[in-house]
Design a protein around this ligand. Structure first.
Ligand SMILES: Nc1ncnc2c1ncn2[C@@H]1O[C@H](COP(=O)(O)OP(=O)(O)OP(=O)(O)O)[C@@H](O)[C@H]1O
Length: 491
């Protein structure tokens, strides 16, 4: 089944579970197994789900009894013309009867697999009066905590090239409603109005520049310049003049006086990207600039006062850089007043599909293609990739795919080989887990761990060292565990 179905309508499913793994698993079941029949949004608390219900009546709520505070709390979902399916790890006939007496239409004992979940959802829909509206509405709310996997972004059929539907943003250019990004949006909103420097860290491609722009947009400086300088892209001997400017004749080739980024940003924001790459001598000059609020153009004797808000970023660990003597500690503490850490994409897998869908819409429109979504297998492969290059890697992968292919739905064969290879390394194991989940059988932890490790060893051609590196464990852990499994078998 396709990820976007022209005739089918989306049913909003609100998952309420305090356990992030459960939230992710249930959402992934719905997206990967049911195409675009269901639009899952996950919540860690009952209160958040109820807040969302106000804007999305006629939803199905899959509520964990322990999270919502017991069967007595199920009644709080009533009044929105919604349907409740209760779930619980303490599944018993007694709990099921109590939940259904309290208004739930069905009960799922945990753990359950995708098949059991889809059965219950289909049964719930079958009981709806035919007049009941079922279509999920486009989201209206501001970013909510932990709202993952939102295939709604690609639900609109797009008459390409004429009226492209532009992807929705969740916050100032950012897409992603994971709890980790909600924290970032909150931090940006709170620190933006201040004049104090901001220090953004995060792996390459996590959106550090986007973050700097969002800070500028949300500050009182919007409408004034935002000037970005990438300290790793400019030759060392030109860097000082790029930041502070120069006067005519200051050095060979300085045929005219030129303003630097600091003066150009006067009244606005100066973004110093990859500050970790800045030469130590220039770091001293930057420190003087921050302390005095004045710049001195190269070759000039006078100083000029400028009013800039500094946002800087690095993909390196600043503490490691300080310890190695590559970053001045005094400068660091001047800049590290308001820190923001951007999470890697693999730490917020619920953002992968909404980002992929948004990029697909954008590039489909730009390249006048007809893509409307991902098929279930391609969506699941995107979810399984570890995205070492973060959002930039995902963006480039989708762009490349759109340029090179035509079609209605993105299939696995269209995805770049790097993504297919990455996902293959875990696919055997993933398939085994999916099969187990479908039959409701959960294997013991040691058995699952063994399957992950052996799968990695096979994927790396039997090379223990490489498998261990891929799993981010030591080779001795693999040897030790293998010995333990052997002893278990012979016991
Ligand atoms: N959450 C997001 N939503 C939408 N687009 C994003 C998001 N995060 C990053 N991007 C996009 O990904 C690309 C890379 O982001 P950006 O340049 O801000 O990353 P970066 O962390 O500064 O990378 P680097 O360290 O390599 O300079 C940009 O095109 C940006 O617009």
């Amino acid at each position: 089944m396709g990820f976007v179905g022209g005739s089918q309508e989306l049913v909003q499913v609100l998952i309420v579970d305090a356990d992030p793994v459960q939230r992710r698993t249930v959402s992934a079941h719905l997206v990967a197994q049911a195409g675009l029949r269901f639009a899952p949004i996950a919540f860690a608390t009952k209160a958040e789900a109820i807040e969302c219900l106000a804007g999305h009546p006629h939803s199905i709520i899959v509520a964990d009894l322990e999270t919502v505070g017991g069967v007595g709390e199920l009644g709080s979902f009533s009044g929105h013309d919604s349907t409740v399916i209760a779930m619980s790890a303490r599944g018993s006939v007694h709990a099921a009867v109590a939940a259904m007496r309290a208004g739930a239409i069905d009960f799922l004992p945990k753990p359950f697999g995708a098949a059991a979940l889809l059965d219950r959802l289909d049964a719930a829909i079958a009981q709806w009066p035919t007049a009941k509206p079922q279509t999920a509405q486009p989201p209206t709310a501001k970013p909510l905590e932990s709202a993952p996997l939102e295939p709604k972004l690609i639900e609109q059929p797009q008459p390409m090239a004429t009226t492209p539907s532009m992807p929705r943003e969740d916050f100032e250019g950012f897409i992603g409603r994971s709890a980790a990004m909600a924290v970032v949006y909150d931090q940006i909103s709170r620190i933006a109005p201040s004049r104090a420097p901001v220090f953004v860290t995060g792996e390459s491609g996590t959106g550090k520049e986007l973050c700097a722009e969002a800070i500028h947009t949300r500050s009182g400086r919007v409408g004034r310049p935002f000037v970005a300088i990438n300290c790793s892209a400019i030759p060392k001997d030109l860097m000082e003049s790029e930041i502070f400017g120069h006067v005519r004749g200051a050095f060979t080739g300085a045929t005219e006086t030129r303003l630097g980024a600091a003066e150009l940003a006067d009244g606005g924001t100066l973004f110093l990207d990859e500050i970790g790459e800045m030469d130590l001598g220039l770091q001293a000059k930057l420190l003087r600039f921050i302390q005095s609020g004045t710049v001195q153009r190269v070759g000039d004797v006078t100083t000029r006062r400028v009013d800039v808000r500094i946002v800087c970023a690095t993909h390196r660990d600043p503490f490691v850089e300080i310890a190695a003597g590559r970053f001045r500690e005094d400068l660091f503490y001047r800049l590290h007043v308001l820190p923001i850490q951007l999470p890697a994409l693999r730490e917020r897998p619920e953002d992968i599909l909404p980002l992929a869908s948004a990029f697909l819409s954008r590039y489909t429109a730009e390249e006048a293609r007809g893509f409307r979504g991902f098929d279930a297998e391609a969506a699941s492969m995107l979810m399984r990739h570890s995205w070492p290059g973060n959002v930039r890697e995902l963006q480039n992968a989708i762009r490349r795919m759109v340029v090179l292919h035509q079609g209605d739905e993105v299939t696995v064969a269209m995805l770049p080989p790097t993504i297919r290879r990455g996902a293959m390394a875990v696919s055997n194991d993933f398939a085994a887990v999916e099969a187990r989940a479908a039959t409701n059988i959960v294997a013991p932890f040691w058995e699952q761990e063994r399957s992950i490790i052996e799968c990695a060893v096979v994927a790396h051609g039997g090379n223990i060292a490489r498998a261990a590196a891929a799993l981010e464990i030591s080779p001795s852990t693999i040897y030790r565990k293998r010995q333990a499994w052997l002893e278990r078998r012979t016991a």
